[in-house]
Design a binder for this molecule. Sequence first.
Ligand SMILES: [Zn+2]
Length: 248
Amino acid sequence: MDTITTDGVVLARTFVGEKDAIIKILTTEAGLVSASAKGIKNMKSKLAAGCGVFTFSEFLLRYDRGKYVVASAKPKEGFYGLSAHIERLSFATYIAELTRTFAPSAEDAKIILPLVLNTLYLLANTNKNMSLVKCVFELRLLCLLGYTPELDCCSLCGDTEQLYFFSPTSGGIVCRSCGKVPDACIVTPDALTAMRYAQGADEKKAFSFALSASDIDEFERCTESMCESVLGKKLSSLTYLKQITGKK
Ligand SMILES: [Zn+2]
């Protein structure tokens, strides 16, 4: 029987039977893992506080007969601001599902965990525009996982002029003459400038810019469609988020 000590953030929790739960944790040492949290519904459970959804904890995980079992979970940050607000919670739920669906390896998990924690912090504790936080997260996640969209020249012909469209299946920006590809959507110069900034800035500064609501919509359309194209599906938490925010 092996044990590992690892930091990790809980991205989902499903109750099983009367008292137990299976939690999905993005860990620094083992990537994305499913682990059994036994007795978690018990009022006196010592695991409950550290195994809540979106909680960042230090875990001791036992690997037993092909499965992880949570032996201990010491919470470091609960992001409690999320649960009191349906919109914040809906954004965070999407961030968690998107991260899970990309199924990061152990190596990737280490790289993306700071981004996930920073994003949850902004959603829980600040009044930053949540759609802006979401689209910067999507873009940075794509880049960290090796799906960096081309934003400097046309993805199809390499031209650097008249870059008016974004096409996820082409891999990024496309120029006016290549813009007839079926999935091309318009992107304004301001939205493109913001995307370039968010892609290239240091981690701590990546979210520090302002953008008009309509440009945020365009940025979002680009990164959402790129995520959908890479994953090959639309996430249910995104459909729900659209209902909550009234966006289509
Ligand atoms: Zn072109």
